[in-house]
Write a protein that binds this ligand. Structure first.
Ligand code: AMP
Length: 506
């Protein structure tokens, strides 16, 4: 059950379809991508002498080479370790050491970083720069047949984004990735052959996972020339390539809808904007639907159960006449087909409908454990259930609402306060561009809420105005006791707001 079979199937079903593109320019069709991948696999096995199960890391900014390399790695029966290109060299060194990668394939911008830390990574034998002969010659020679892989063999070590602490390598097996892809067709979308996917989020993370279901449908995977997320370029590419799907973190969706270029997108021009990875505010979601039409789908997942815990479908987004439409937009939707989802108390007992507890998940997409980290594995995987660290509640219709990470919850005077609820209110103020709410220690109440506010350019809002807005919308005890106006919120390399940094500021 090697996940690289997806490519073989698509190469048979859609040999002439363009498989990869650099910006507007086609790069390889499916037949030739399979050929290239299977020749590269020969090199990995025979020239670099890698053995089944060996790890190959990728330190790459988004580009066609990332897809070529990943499928070559799987085709050869090896394990891919994609690393976010924006990580600090210290973090890259940690991942290389922890994974024990023997080879690291690198885009030229990262060669210096990886070369500097090579000495600290005893297992790392070789760095392959994608612009040198080392890489180019990998495509010359004879193809090799796809390696056998057991469903439980690791395929992808997915290093979590680590908004706290050190990253952990969620071990995703071939079966996990296949189940995740089939779940996409079951619950989210089954794209028509001939569509496209635009990779503007890191390929080492969200966008990389999205590659599978789209590759399985013969879509072209498009990489922007800039290698980054730039709104005008994104809009142009979404319009250039038909029936486009794109994964965007919520902060990226916000940048899109706040940019004048978004108005160029015509109704029906793009297929799907999948968002997830962090909370999306209802105000932003409504604006997206107004501007872009019925293209939004939400996924709630984590590296440990990739893309799959719950989803909010396109149909639910469009269901404006439903009495619970807004409530559902604020939710993460219904559990996915391939998993069971529960909300439980500390002992794992299911909570009554409406009560808040930790979200746990069991099913075909749940990782086999954290790589080389039995303590963390034992904490997260208990009796076959993955404890997500997220808290939330089900409503009577089975929709899951995420409250916050358990550690982000504020406890004030014995009451639980979920920052997201307050952020949702503050975000409705026209002058607020972004905000984030955290707890600050308080001698009497335990904690009190503090709001960090980023104002839109040229706009202003007073503390009194924001306070009045909160008083109009939420319980008095929840409203921030202090407002701090700052130029930008601290974010990690995936665009997630770092509440840990904000807590240090208070
Ligand atoms: P990562 O493993 O880095 O992808 O981070 C996963 C975490 O992101 C989850 O545990 C959630 O806390 C958060 N997350 C993922 N999807 C959503 C979503 N749709 N809404 C809110 N938070 C999300």
């Amino acid at each position: 059950m090697n996940i690289a079979n997806l490519l073989i199937k698509s190469a048979r079903a859609f040999p002439e379809h363009i498989a990869l593109a650099r910006g507007e320019a086609p790069h390889l069709n499916y037949r030739n991508l399979l050929r290239k991948v299977s020749v590269m696999a020969t090199h990995l096995r025979q020239r670099l002498k890698l053995l089944p199960g060996d790890r190959v890391a990728l330190a790459m900014t988004n580009g066609v080479e990332a897809i070529e390399s990943m499928y070559a790695i799987w085709h050869a029966g090896l394990v891919a370790v994609p690393m976010n290109a924006k990580l600090h060299p210290r973090e890259l060194a940690f991942i290389l050491q922890n994974s024990g990668a023997r080879v690291c394939i690198v885009t030229p911008d990262l060669v210096e970083s990886i070369s500097t830390i090579k000495g600290e990574c005893p297992a790392l034998e070789r760095i392959v720069d994608t612009t040198t002969r080392d890489y180019i010659f990998m495509a010359v020679g004879d193809p090799v047949a796809i390696a056998d892989a057991a469903p439980t063999d690791p395929a992808w070590l997915f290093y979590t984004s680590g908004t706290t602490g050190r990253p952990k390598g969620a071990t995703l097996t071939h079966r996990n990735l296949l189940a995740m892809s089939l779940n996409y067709y079951a619950d989210v979308d089954r794209p028509e052959p001939g569509g496209s996917i635009l990779h503007v989020a890191p390929i080492s993370h969200g966008s990389g996972l999205w590659n599978f279901p789209l590759l399985g449908r013969g879509a072209v995977q498009v990489f922007p020339d800039s290698g980054r997320y730039e709104v005008p370029e994104t809009v142009a590419l979404l319009r250039r390539w038909p029936d486009a799907t794109v994964f965007l973190a919520p902060t990226m969706v916000k940048r899109l809808i706040d940019h004048p270029a978004a108005a160029d997108i015509r109704p029906g021009e793009i297929r799907t904007i999948s968002y997830g990875g962090a909370p999306m505010y209802v105000s932003d979601l409504k604006k997206s639907l107004e501007l872009l039409g019925n293209v939004m789908t939400q996924l709630y997942g984590q590296g440990e159960s990739p893309m799959t815990i719950t989803h909010l479908s396109r149909a639910e987004h469009a269901n404006r006449d439903h009495p619970k439409w807004e409530q559902r937009l604020a939710s993460a939707g219904l559990p996915d087909s391939c998993v069971e989802v529960r909300v439980v108390d500390e002992d794992g007992r299911p909570m009554p409908t409406g009560d808040v507890g930790e979200i746990i998940v069991r099913g075909e997409t749940v990782m086999s454990g954290y790589w080389q980290n039995p303590e963390a594995t034992a904490k997260s995987l208990r009796d076959g259930w993955l404890w997500t660290g997220d808290v939330g509640c089900f409503d009577e219709d089975g929709f899951l609402t995420l409250k916050d990470r358990s550690k982000d919850m504020i406890i004030s005077g014995g009451s639980n306060i979920y920052p997201r609820e307050i952020e949702d209110v503050l975000n409705t103020h026209p002058a607020v561009a972004e905000c984030s709410v955290v707890g600050r220690p308080h001698p009497e109440w335990g904690e009190e809420t503090v709001a960090f506010i980023v104002l839109r350019e040229g706009k202003s809002a007073t503390q009194a105005e924001l306070d009045a807005l909160c008083l109009d919308n939420i319980a008095r005890y929840k409203r921030p006791k202090d407002y701090k106006f700052i130029a930008a919120l601290p974010k990690n390399n995936y665009g997630k707001i770092l509440k840990t940094e904000l807590r240090k500021l208070v």
